[in-house]
Design a protein around this ligand. Structure first.
Ligand code: G6P
Length: 464
């Protein structure tokens, strides 16, 4: 079996300690351990004069190779084009997208540099799996250097509708780069259709059936691979997590009151201000819940140097303060807003202790919190998931209480309904969701993608 080479912006180097390795990192590490391989990408650090060659950590049979970024590269590639252009655009926030040519040049420069540094480490038989929007041009850069290996790409975010993608000045170059891959994976049918639509209608590409596309002189496979979680591990952790000191503290403090929980990176795509406003509407519309139901919002700060992220942070501080000021009592606060992360063990306990999981992004590739909330529930007394229809997860978890996060009235009603739901209905919905969570577990996602990538004929589909 050939080696695997994983390329992603963030690399979970084991030296960084276990706390940083989320489910995805663990799953990718396992894939690398099976046949040996390399995990290549950014070190997460900036340097005034970054070393020319990657820093290598050997953990046989896996090699971790990471590069630092210069301040300028970090600004233009990561803060700039990746997170101020592609991220908002892919999440349908054209109003927030900044189309800065200098950032775009920096994005291409880092992709070129990274490809040039990986190329000497490659063997002819390696299979290469590139992740996410930071690295779309990576394969075309490798191809330019003569790399003919199988290269796959998985987009963790949504792929936007054609009309939105067209607003990107460099849409054609990025689409051409995507077609340099042999396999391109999307989270949902919606994303795949948007991509096909663009390739066929804007670029005159050809849909060959069986998820094959021909465009820009190449043939590739573009398919849906919904990402999942480590279901069994999560269930086991959640069962024990009720004994965690932080979880016990929370339960003791809550007493008879009930909790709803939201867990998100502090990102405008997650719809947290809209959620707070919906929660306010819920308190206003159903006053009997005042004093007895709180929303716990865990939102660790993310991409804090990007102006739009700074703005959402102050908006939320203002909103939480306002709602707590208006509705709070001496012994009850409606919103518990925490700008910090918790270890996974603790989080699963929080999920289990909270009657309602509130996952209401305005747009999300998948949203694994939704799946984690479901897997963490006590099978004998499951909570209710209130889920945005604009999260990729809603495609599978259609037994959740689906909502339109832009419609505060709709979300307020859904929260009320979730609290009133009978155990019988909760159990029925939970069982249906658990089935779906099992069907697309993280292992299955990884195995499906890799088996398709490994089945690409030598030299690519064009050569078949
Ligand atoms: C999203 C992206 C990932 C990214 C993560 C955290 O899930 O799809 O690629 O790693 O957010 O964001 P950060 O900018 O801190 O890497």
């Amino acid at each position: 079996m050939s080696r695997l080479v994983v390329v992603s912006n963030r690399v979970a180097v084991p030296d960084d300690g276990p706390a940083r390795a989320g489910g995805l990192a663990v799953a990718l590490r396992e894939a690398l351990q099976e046949n040996g391989g390399i995990w290549f990408g950014w070190s997460g650090k900036t340097a005034v004069r970054p070393a020319e060659e990657p820093a290598v950590t050997e953990a046989p049979p896996v090699t971790y190779a990471t590069l630092d970024l210069s301040r300028c590269d970090h600004q233009e590639y990561y803060n700039g084009f990746a997170n101020r252009t592609l991220w908002p655009l892919f999440h349908y926030r054209l109003d927030l997208a900044d189309f800065n040519r200098q950032d775009y040049t920096g994005y291409l420069r880092v992709n070129t540099h990274f490809a040039e540094k990986l190329q000497p480490l490659l063997r002819a038989t390696d299979d290469i799996w590139v992740h996410d929007y930071h690295l779309i041009p990576f394969a075309s850069e490798l191809r330019r250097l003569g790399v003919a290996n199988r290269i796959g790409f998985f987009l963790h975010t949504p792929f936007p509708a054609m009309e939105v993608f067209l607003a990107l000045p460099s849409h054609e170059r990025l689409a051409r780069s995507l077609c340099a891959y042999d396999v391109v994976g999307f989270q949902t049918m919606n994303d795949l259709r948007a991509f096909q639509d663009y390739i066929v209608h804007e670029q005159g590409g050809e849909f060959l059936g069986d998820n094959m596309l021909r465009a820009f002189g190449r043939t590739l496979r573009a398919e849906v691979y919904p990402i999942g979680i480590e279901v069994e591990a999560m269930q086991r952790t959640a069962a024990h997590a009720m004994q965690e000191p932080a979880v016990r503290r929370l339960i003791k403090h809550m007493g008879e009151r009930r909790l709803m929980i939201g867990v998100d990176r502090l990102d405008y795509s997650k719809g947290i201000p809209e959620r707070f406003r919906s929660f306010e509407r819920f308190l206003e519309k159903f006053p009997s819940h005042q004093g007895s139901v709180s929303l716990m919002q865990i939102a660790p700060v993310s991409r804090g140097e990007v102006p739009e992220y700074k703005a959402i942070r102050s908006e939320l501080e203002h909103l939480a303060g306002h709602i707590n000021g208006v509705y709070g009592e001496l012994d009850w606060m409606p919103i518990r807003y925490l700008n910090k992360g918790f270890p996974r063990e603790t989080l699963t306990g929080f999920y289990r202790a909270c009657r309602v999981g509130v996952v209401t992004p305005l747009r999300d590739g998948m949203n694994l919190v939704a799946k984690e909330y479901v897997a963490s529930q006590n099978p004998h007394e499951p909570g209710v998931l209130v889920l945005s229809r604009f999260a990729g997860a809603a495609r599978e978890l259609d037994a959740a209480v689906l909502v339109n996060p832009f419609d505060h009235e709709n979300v307020a009603d859904a929260l009320n309904r979730a609290l009133a739901m009978s155990l019988e209905e909760r159990t029925e919905r939970w069982e249906a969701m658990m089935q779906k969570v099992h069907d697309s577990s993280l292992d299955k996602w990884r195995e499906r993608f890799l088996s398709v990538l490994r089945a690409v004929p030598e030299g690519g589909y064009g050569a078949a």
